[in-house]
Design a protein around this ligand. Sequence first.
Ligand code: 13P
Length: 250
Amino acid sequence: MARKKIIAGNWKMNMTPSEAVTLIETLKPLVQNDEVDVVFCVPSIDIIPAVEATKGTNIVIGAQNMHYEEKGAFTGETSARMLVDAGVKYVIIGHSERREYFAVTDQTVNKSVLKAFEHGLIPIVCCGESLMQREQGITIGWVCQQIKIAFQNVPADQAKKAIIAYEPIWAIGTGKVATAEQAQEVCQALRHCISEIYDDATAEAIRIQYGGSVSADNAAELFAEPDIDGGLVGGASLKPDFGRIVNYNK
Ligand code: 13P
């Protein structure tokens, strides 16, 4: 069965709760496309108004981060149970910005993936290489290692439902998009890595997004690649342009 495309906006640290509702009202009519799953990953404080504002629409709300412990003395953190109770369905785990600034590691990514599944959340598991790693020619080995650790002890029936986001760090927020060929090469390698960890059926089912300077101008070319099942979009998800990205096939 063909994989359904999934296009997610990662709002990062943008939009106050009231701005979030205004943006959702603007984007609602623009992001209708039955052939695509549409997710808005909003800041924690925007989750509740965003869930309310998207009721009855095709937009599903995701979180950008989650703590791997069940509950307790973790000041400032958000648990899986809190996200589920608020109406969240997806959660980004291991974004490169969290790895760089907030001490997220492959090991804590794995703990968070396990905790997300335990509570029925779908993790969007991020991986990606730096410019130096790409220049050294170690990209594929690096991202496959990130994914192997992220999926440790995750059973195949859960892994099938996960989303992997391949986000080359050098392409994030830089306007320097990977070429469709570069993105396809890595997404194909990631699928191969999943088939080695699990089996071909799991690899065929799992959805792999590309992220890094996705725009209305390059989305169609990227999403036409056989192993790219959609995108994780930063800057362009905050603008009406996001409607054109979601409707890349129209
Ligand atoms: P940009 O689309 O702004 O490059 O951000 C990509 C990203 O980090 C999405 O998670």
